[in-house]
Design a protein around this ligand. Structure first.
Ligand SMILES: NC(=O)c1ccc[n+]([C@@H]2O[C@H](COP(=O)([O-])OP(=O)(O)OC[C@H]3O[C@@H](n4cnc5c(N)ncnc54)[C@H](O)[C@@H]3O)[C@@H](O)[C@H]2O)c1
Length: 356
């Protein structure tokens, strides 16, 4: 089977991670060319990898045989870079945030319609093992009906000061971790979003962007989803908590361990009604009878480095989509829904000078 000739635009922190992982899958992909606006960086890295290096994106896109373009430049360029590559006849894997402005989002909707099957979205944290484990446990029913899902990406007192903390560069945690947590949150929700409530703050960063994000998603059905992304967390809480009517699950921030406490599946509550009368003086003693709790600590499986795993999974899924016709797990509709919610959150938080 013909290998997928790939190129990467943007050889920064994440571009180099993609370069390592796509290059490692040498049976499926072959490196064709690299591009970075920084000439020194483009030359050094392309020389190391023995491929063509470009500083001009339009020339890079004309590289002979280039099939897949991975766009990992700055967020503000994403949507337009995707358009240019698609118009040049290339297939695109587009980093998140897939767009920043309302105009970007309109362009993305248009590109999805104009180039079916050629635009893929890098919501790679969909492939986290802990997320898959938790979705499976929720579906198994041992927690009963899950009413609340809390997803928290906590960073320990991170006084981040790069371009990702500047609004004029398209930064802010809503754009940095927001797409990943919204993507997972929508999967947990599993039903159309009915209401979005959000509060964003700037707590610690010397930049002007949001470094604390709270979003509450309510669907037509499914659990309430609470999202919290915090850079100013002096104490780190669990990554995820599921609250069901038969038990609860927590997953640690490192995503290595799940803790479950749920009612024995054989247990059934007796009939009960809530009384309108005045409770007896011994009211609380009726709660003294122990409940048949099952308590479990389950390691997240597979036990892997999550950061490496999400990349490997994405590399594999993309190959299956491009060569095997297997649908890519992150659909365009799902990515565009993340974008729609992000726009709503921005409108709910006009204290930030969002780029329009
Ligand atoms: N999916 C993920 O897990 C993940 C992780 C980190 C970053 N990201 C996203 O990837 C993007 C890049 O983030 P980063 O942390 O690597 O940034 P970075 O600043 O470290 O790297 C960006 C690179 O792009 C180059 N560049 C800038 N403008 C360019 C242009 N017009 N043409 C070609 N090259 C250009 C820069 O010189 C730099 O090498 C951001 O949008 C970020 O949100 C995604």
């Amino acid at each position: 089977m013909k290998k997928i000739a790939f190129g990467i635009c943007g050889l920064g922190r994440i571009g180099q991670v993609h370069l390592r992982h796509f290059s490692k899958a040498g049976e499926q992909y072959e490196l064709a060319a690299l591009c970075d606006i920084d000439a020194e960086r483009a030359r050094t890295i392309s020389t190391q990898h023995g491929c063509a290096g470009y500083t001009a994106y339009s020339e890079f896109l004309r590289h002979p045989g280039l099939e897949l373009v991975i766009i990992a430049n700055r967020s503000l360029d994403h949507a337009r870079s995707a358009e240019e590559a698609l118009v040049a006849g290339r297939t695109v894997l587009l980093e998140k945030p897939i767009g920043v402005t309302v105009a970007d989002h309109a362009l993305l909707r248009d590109l999805v319609a104009r180039f079916p099957g050629r635009l893929f979205f890098c919501h790679n944290h969909r492939f986290e093992p802990a997320f898959a484990n938790m979705m499976a446990i929720m579906a198994s029913g041992i927690l009963g009906r899950v009413h609340v899902v809390k997803l928290c990406k906590h960073h320990g007192f991170l006084r981040r000061d790069d371009w990702q903390m500047r609004l004029d560069c398209g930064g802010g945690q809503l754009s940095v971790w927001g797409p990943h947590l919204l993507d997972q949150g929508l999967q947990f929700l599993g039903s159309p979003v009915r209401r979005v409530d959000s509060h964003l703050r700037r707590i610690l960063t010397p930049g002007d962007a949001d470094d604390h994000v709270r979003i509450l998603l309510a669907g037509e059905d499914g659990p309430l989803v609470e999202i919290e992304i915090g850079n100013a967390m002096a104490e780190i809480g669990p990554y995820c908590t599921l609250i069901g009517d038969r038990g609860m699950l927590t997953c640690n921030q490192e995503q290595t361990q799940l803790r479950l406490r749920y009612l024995d599946p054989g247990f059934a509550w007796g009939e009960a009604v809530a009384s309108a009368g005045t409770p007896g003086l011994d009211y609380w003693s009726s709660f003294a009878a122990p409940l048949p709790w099952v308590e479990e600590d389950r390691p997240v499986t597979p036990a892997v480095n999550m950061w490496e795993y999400v990349e490997e999974a994405m590399v594999g899924h993309l190959h299956a989509a491009l060569r095997g016709g297997v649908p890519f797990p992150v659909t365009s509709a799902q990515a565009l829904e993340v974008v729609r919610i992000t726009e709503l959150v921005k409108r709910q938080n006009p204290q930030f000078a969002w780029l329009s």
